[in-house]
Structures are given as C-alpha cells and as structure tokens.
Design a protein around this ligand. Structure first.
Ligand code: ASP
Length: 340
C-alpha cells in the first residue's frame, strides 16, 4: 500500500553536488551538471509517488553554497508552499548538508515536509545512490507522517533531524548519522516510518528580515594552539565567533586572554570538537576550562556542534533586534535542542 497523500504535489529543487555531477567527454573529474528535471527523469517510478515539479536553483559543489543562498532558498520554499506544494525536496552536495538543512530548519516555519538529500556516488559510478535517495526523499516529502517535523535529511533510507545530523564519513553510503539521538525514522519499501518526533525550531523566528547574514568565524582548537588565530579575529570583520574546544569545552590556557578580549567585541560561543555530547558547565576549574570560559562571558554551545552553532549564531545576529539580542536568540536555539 502506498502511504503517500494521493497525488501530493512535491517540488524538487536542485543545488548541484555529487547527485548532479557527471563528467564531460574529456574524462576529467565530475562536476555538477544536472538540474532537478534530469534528476527526476532518472527515477521513472517517481510519478507513482507524487506529482513532482522541478526547479534548478543553484549548480555548485555544496562547499560553494552560502547562508545567503540558504536564506534565498528558504524564501523560495515559502513561495512554493504558498502555491500549494505539499512538500519540498532539496538536492545538493552532501558536504554541507548538515549546515544547510539546519539553517532551513530555523528559517522555514511551515508544516509541510522539507527534505534535503544528496548522493555519495555520482551518476557515472557503478550503483549510484542518488536515484534511490531522491525516491526516498520524495516519499518522505509526500508522507503525512513527515509533516510538522521541521527540516529532515533523507539519505540511505534513513530520516534524520536537521538539528542532529552529521556527515561522518568521506565516502560511505551510511555517512549521515545523528550522534546521541539516532535517526527519526526510515523508509522501508514504499512506507515512511517515523519512530521519533521533535518540535520544529522555526517557531523561534530567526528569519525576521534576514537580508544580510553576518559572518561568524569557526576556529577549532588543536594541541599546543597558542591563540594567535583567535587574537587575529577581532580585525577580520567577523560579527561573532565559535570556538570548537577540546573535550567538555576546553582551550589551552594560552588562548584565554585572546578569547576574553574577543568576547568584548562580539558574541563568542564555546562548543566541543569531539563530535558528540554537550559542553560541560561546572566540572573543571583550570584556566581555559569550561567554567573559566563561561565565567569570562563565552556562551555555551550546549549540544550544538561548531558548524551548527555557527549557523545558529549567524542567523541570530541577523534576526536580532532591540528586544532580543543575538545571544538571547542563540540561547533559545541551543536550549530547544537540549530540551531545556
Ligand atoms: N562530495 C560532495 C557530495 O557528496 C560534493 C558536494 O558536497 O557538492 O555531493
């Protein structure tokens, strides 16, 4: 039995990436060349699932996308929903899906499913995964069970919440994981199974008049880091910074002064570079520990990893206004994630 809403209207929006990458005659490496229409044509069974329409929006490797592109995409998705679409699928490179999907989660305040997908094997390789991922993504976008979930990532027949998902492997088809949470559900044959639900984040309204998205720096700590890079950030026109610290949210003692100085000029968020878990609050007391840095005015990133914290802080800076500063808006996103 097909669970999709009868004749759901789904818009597939293409941005490029491996799923759209082919080689030219001269045998060079693959580059994004296919648009949404060609991707849809490669899946002959799609019309059985929904009425699918196409929009080629960008044609780039996903590392060339920006938050400005995602803001424009969010507005285009809003228009599509206003025009009667029952769901939207975005195809793009997998390299930055964890950031773009999270930004869409914060920007698109609609009940209809917004599904991001991509591929690990391009169409010129044996058993490319793009067509299967697109079919699964359209099934999810057309499913009433996926309504009200916010933005999700569908790859390898799994449904991941944008807020948790990470690319964890450079080439595995099972690269997308949600550390500490797991997938919300999966696609099994033609059925969309959603086992867990989470409250959408867009009600936080970070999209108010986002015309200019301020630049936020992301700096990862490394053994022996002396804080030179952090010291230079103040002169580089950033409006905020995210520090991916060691372990529970620690930096070398030699970086503390530079962070405290930077903190006087912009919001600075502390995350953990470990890949899972959250920043501690009051366990360690050495210079550069989480309690030291939080006492000096750094904001805890909570369970947000550095990349998602950077997205959240950028949008919070863009949406901040007299009665809600960026730190307050950022904290709302962070606390929504941890259930606080
Ligand atoms: N390797 C990437 C991908 O999976 C390329 C990109 O992100 O555009 O699509």
């Amino acid at each position: 039995m097909n669970e999709s809403t009868p004749r759901a209207r789904i818009l597939v929006i293409s941005l490029g990436g491996t799923i759209a990458s082919t080689s030219s005659d001269d045998n060079e490496g693959v580059v994004p060349r296919l648009g949404a229409r060609e991707l849809i044509a490669a899946v002959p069974t799609l019309p059985e699932v929904a009425d699918v329409e196409s929009l080629a929006f960008r044609q780039v490797p996903s590392g060339d996308l920006t938050l400005h592109d995602v803001v424009a995409l969010a507005r285009r998705i809003d228009e599509a929903v206003d025009q009667g679409m029952d769901g939207v699928v975005v195809t793009q490179g997998t390299d930055t899906i964890e950031e773009t999907s999270f930004a869409l989660d914060l920007l698109v305040d609609r009940a209809v499913p917004v599904v991001v997908t991509g591929a690990m094997r391009n169409p010129t390789l044996a058993s490319p995964d793009g067509p299967g991922n697109l079919l699964a993504a359209v099934r999810v976008a057309a499913s009433p069970h996926a309504r009200g979930l916010g933005c999700v990532v569908v790859v390898n027949d799994e449904v991941h919440a944008a807020r948790f998902v990470r690319k964890t492997h450079s080439s595995s088809l099972a690269t997308f994981q949600s550390p500490g949470a797991g997938p919300l559900g999966r696609v099994s044959e033609e059925n969309v199974r959603i086992a867990l639900r989470c409250r959408p984040l867009a009600h936080l309204r970070l999209d108010a008049d986002v015309d200019v998205v301020p630049e936020v720096a992301l700096v990862s700590c490394a053994l022996g880091d002396d804080g030179r890079l952090v010291g230079a950030l103040g002169d580089l026109d950033y409006r905020g910074a995210v520090i991916d610290g060691f372990g529970g949210g620690h930096v070398p003692a030699s970086m503390v002064d530079a962070l405290e100085e930077l903190r006087q000029t912009m919001p600075v968020v502390l995350c953990t570079r470990t890949g899972a878990g959250e920043v501690l609050a009051h366990t360690y007391g050495f210079a550069g520990s989480e309690s030291d840095l939080l006492a000096r005015g750094l904001l805890s990133g909570g369970a947000l990893d550095g990349r998602k914290a950077r997205v959240a802080l950028s949008l919070a800076l863009a949406a901040s206004h007299a009665s809600a500063d960026a730190a307050t808006l950022f904290a709302k996103v962070r606390d929504s994630l941890s259930g606080a």
